[in-house]
Design a protein around this ligand. Structure first.
Ligand code: NAD
Length: 502
């Protein structure tokens, strides 16, 4: 076992399926450490299982490049077994009353809250993001999604009045590495609330919190097979989304893979929702509270090292305040603390992987070659692991790669606009459409702008705020379908003929 801090207590628990893979869990009161097993199995039919593929892969700590654990690789036969387990569990789960399903979801939410510290530390270790974010954002929001959807489980008839509401069936879900636990909660909670069963595949570089969530499901007594977790790479994901036993596919990840999945499921009568990439415009008007706007812009791009689909990566500042705003922004960037993700004072942690670091470097080099002006504050980056300094480009043009392509890193480009019309035109000049932000003192302008922006979420005088009750999703190449809110549940039900007389 790799121990990652002080150990206060340890509670033995029965070996669940076979020795050595997962033979204990930390006692609930042990909140200042997290133990990581040397090996993790697959979670199929309510139990840990060795992969039929016989293969394992390593998951690393991006902050030091060292291995955390070996994780089972699910091949085609493993995916078959997981889908079969979900199919077997479906009649029992979908026939439970909404009230009973809600009880399970409430239990999951509460256990997650009780084990919040452990999940925050584990997420930080496996992902590289600062503990202050996993503690204050990822884990509380993940619990909130289970609470919120528990609340709907017995009210689906009110959500879709007069209609016969049925679950879709077995749902195949594939998630990315940037919010591993939160994305799992976004996907699993609404699916279960609506009576579906799930096979989910976490990203290959950050599978540990989804696996630990299985412990929570066990603790909550969730019936076997209702949620199954298959770990692996894109090939595992492909086996899942093309599996004939899967009735609905929900994918979050890159636009490139989303398009591939859309082609793969086309014509098969499988329901599909896609949450893909983004290149959000973040607009600052002359009448905005500039110091607050600076904070919002910093949060918009440097939160989670910029590994955020809705990151405000294209800053558009009204011409009259451009110089003063950029000056303030540079000063603020100089105070961003980059370093050990487990340090509670750290603002920006490690870049998630070597591949992601290479992509960021490639695009930043392209920005310089294409003539934009690079600024990075003086900051000492840790040795070992993967790191990149907060980065700002000024003097950019709409045609440059740094303005058009999703960088998915801590890199912001700044340009200007004169009028609201020009701001809208520049903001919408993108193939994506996931989110946008507007900073202005004028309420009427906010409404005028928001009505014209092609973005699924438009934040006003704030950025990167999330809530389970608020639908999230994109336009254009950012995907289709919504997650969260009442709208998010629509993707997990089939609506039949009206039940109301007449
Ligand atoms: P990715 O598309 O490379 O991988 C996402 C997941 O898909 C992983 O689990 C991967 O193993 C799997 N996968 C890869 N190829 C597959 C295939 N052919 N079939 C099925 N599954 C396959 O994306 P990533 O690098 O993990 O994540 C970053 C991307 O995710 C960014 O583009 C980001 O904008 C996007 N994202 C979007 C949202 C949203 O809500 N719109 C949220 C988070 C991240």
């Amino acid at each position: 076992m790799a121990n990652t801090g002080k150990r206060k207590g340890r509670r033995e628990r029965p070996d669940l399926t076979f020795g050595g893979v997962w033979d204990y869990a930390p006692a609930p009161e042990s909140t200042d450490h997290v133990d990581v097993a040397e090996r993790y199995g697959l979670f199929v039919g309510g139990a840990w299982a060795r992969p039929r593929s016989g293969k394992y892969f390593a998951t690393m700590n991006p902050a030091n490049g060292r291995k955390l654990s070996d994780v089972a690789y699910a091949g085609g036969k493993d995916v078959d077994a997981a889908v079969a387990a979900a199919k077997k569990a479906l009649p029992g789960w979908s026939r439970l009353s909404g009230d009973d399903r809600a009880r399970y979801l409430y239990r999951v939410a509460r256990v997650l809250q009780e084990r919040a510290r452990e999940f925050a530390v584990l997420e930080t270790l496996d992902n590289g993001k600062p503990i202050k974010e996993t503690r204050d954002v990822d884990v509380p929001l993940a619990a909130q999604h289970f609470f919120y959807h528990a609340g709907w489980a017995d009210k689906l008839d009110m959500l879709f009045p007069g209609q016969d509401v049925q679950p879709v069936g077995v749902v195949g879900q594939v998630i990315p590495w940037n919010f591993p636990l939160l994305m799992a909660a976004w996907k699993i909670a609404p699916a279960l609330a609506a009576g579906n069963t799930v096979v989910i595949k976490p990203a290959e570089t950050s599978p540990l919190t989804a696996l630990r969530l299985c412990e929570v499901f066990m603790q909550a007594g969730l019936p076997a097979g209702v949620v199954n977790v298959v770990t692996g790479d894109g090939k595992t994901g492909r086996s899942l989304v093309t599996h004939p036993g899967v009735d609905k596919v929900a994918f979050t990840g890159s636009t490139e893979v989303g398009k591939e999945i859309q082609r793969a499921v086309a014509g098969r009568g499988v329901d599909l929702t896609l949450e893909l990439g983004g290149k959000a415009a973040h607009l600052v008007f002359e009448d905005a509270a500039l110091d607050q706007a600076v904070e919002g812009v910093v949060r918009g791009i440097f939160f989670n090292q910029g590994h955020v689909c809705c990151a405000g990566s294209r800053l558009l500042v009204q011409e009259g305040v451009h110089d003063v705003f950029v000056r303030k922004l540079k000063r603020r960037m100089g105070r961003i603390r980059v370093g050990d993700p487990l340090d509670k004072n750290t603002d920006m942690g490690a870049i998630h992987s070597r591949e992601q670091l290479q992509r960021i470097r490639e695009l930043v080099d392209a920005g310089v070659q294409e003539g934009a002006t690079l600024y990075q504050p003086e900051c000492e980056l840790p040795r070992g692991g993967y790191w990149f300094a907060p980065t700002l480009f000024t003097g950019v043009s709409q045609t440059q790669r740094i303005v058009r392509e999703e960088i998915f890193g801590p890199v912001l480009s700044v340009s200007t606009f004169r009028t609201p019309e020009e701001a809208v035109a520049k903001a919408n000049d993108t193939s994506y459409g996931l989110s946008a932000g507007i900073w202005t003192d004028k309420g009427a302008r906010i409404l005028w702008m928001a009505a014209r922006m092609r973005a699924g979420v438009v934040w006003n005088n704030t950025f990167n705020r999330f809530d389970a009750a608020s639908p999230f999703g994109g336009f254009q190449e950012s995907g289709f379908g919504r997650e969260g809110g009442r709208q998010g549940l629509r993707a997990y039900v089939r609506l039949g003929a009206g039940l109301l007389p007449g």
